[in-house]
Design a protein around this ligand. Structure first.
Ligand code: EPU
Length: 341
């Protein structure tokens, strides 16, 4: 078979510094920007023996070492309204679109459902992988399906919502089918009228104040809150929340609450409590602390930051230090939300 690698612009020993929001200067053995489905299938079939890493916005990934194999940066573009009636629209969004730009597009057009997910960094294709969520809304609330390409045999497959096995910051693409499929587009159903506004979070309600509740005011409030809590990745390298909020059972929660009365937690299901990982980390006096080139952000204890010139290993060792101290003090094992490579 013809080796198409010669036709495709594959870069060797390519620095990923600009392709990850931690701003880590790690190189990949080879790197290719995917602009269409045909190139994606060709490059996968020509590189069957290589390890494939898929990169979206690089906003949920911690590189700790040289990246062997082929790194694919997804740059598939396009937003199309594919169905429309009086109440709803169904929109197909290609994986390489910027998530926040898409949210703003929806707010401007008057399409409701994703306004609470304003300013989440990263690309559309990454959104289902961890079922992105913020301020009481998760992607799964508006999700219909996603299209994928199988890395091994390049076949296309559509997964509907049920089949994606969404959970809190998780899906089949992060668990049973990790590294099997590349998400190429997603379909969402949004409202055109009778929007279901979600201002259940006190901080959102407070930020809106006396303003009228609409898509724009909610989006603006969330942008403001996120800007005040989360550092701008252009100034301070970070990946948003580094850890997930752990979920524990009721008896363990009552035991902890007795010992630590100010513990911040939320009931999620019968007998299940989601503990604020930020609270645990702050309690251990890590908030605002720096160790060498890395640290914990001063306004949000869940956010690890590159203070400049950090290595992935330094960030990982800070994460490990926090994880073991949290375990030692609370007997809770923190799980990273960020993918560690
Ligand atoms: N808190 C602290 N110390 C802190 C920050 C928070 O004790 O430094 C406690 C407070 O009690 C606060 C509670 O934690 O009321 C919740 O804080 P916040 O609203 O900031 O939310 P979070 O649980 O820390 C999660 C998501 C964020 C998302 C916000 C808002 C996870 C892992 N993180 O953070 O998502 O923006 O809720 O919905 O679920 C991300 O995934 O990258 C991300 C930023």
């Amino acid at each position: 078979m013809l080796n198409r690698n010669f036709d495709l612009d594959i870069k060797s020993n390519y620095s990923l510094e600009k392709s990850n929001t931690f701003g880590l200067d790690i190189a990949s053995e080879s790197f290719f920007i995917v602009k269409n489905l045909k190139d994606l299938k060709n490059i996968l079939s020509d590189n069957k023996t290589k390890k494939i890493t898929v990169l979206g916005g690089g906003s949920n990934i911690l590189f700790t070492k040289f990246l062997d194999g082929l790194c694919l940066k997804i740059d598939l573009k396009g937003i199309d309204i594919i169905e429309e009636n009086k109440n709803n629209v169904v929109i197909n969004i290609m994986a390489g679109e910027n998530w926040h730009d898409f949210v703003q597009w929806c707010v401007n057009k008057g399409f409701g459902g994703v306004e609470n997910l304003s300013l989440i960094p990263g690309l559309v294709g990454a959104a289902p992988i961890q079922n992105i969520g913020a301020y009481g809304v998760e992607l799964k609330d508006v999700f219909i399906s996603c299209n994928t390409v199988n890395i091994k045999d390049q076949t296309e497959k559509e997964f509907d919502k049920k089949n994606c096995l969404f959970g809190y910051r998780t899906s089949r693409f992060k668990t049973i089918d990790k590294n099997i499929y590349i998400i190429t587009s997603i379909k969402l159903r949004l409202t055109k009228e009778k929007h279901k506004y979600n201002i259940s979070y006190g901080s959102v309600k407070q930020e809106i104040g006396n303003r009228e509740i609409n898509l724009e005011s909610i989006s603006n409030a969330i942008i403001k809150i996120r800007k005040s809590k989360l550092p701008d990745t252009n100034i301070l390298g970070n990946c948003g929340s580094f850890f997930k909020n752990p979920v524990i059972n009721e008896s363990k929660y009552f035991e902890l609450k007795k010992k630590f009365p100010s513990l911040s937690a939320f009931k999620v299901e019968k007998n299940q409590y989601k503990i604020s990982a930020a609270w645990l980390i702050e309690f251990l006096k890590y908030k605002g602390r720096s160790i060498g080139n890395v640290g914990v952000y001063k306004n949000q204890a869940l956010v690890l930051v590159n203070l400049g010139g950090a290595t992935g290993k330094e960030l990982l060792s800070l994460a490990n230090k926090i994880t073991s101290e949290v375990y030692y003090n609370f007997k809770i094992t923190l799980q990273p939300e960020v993918e560690i490579l």
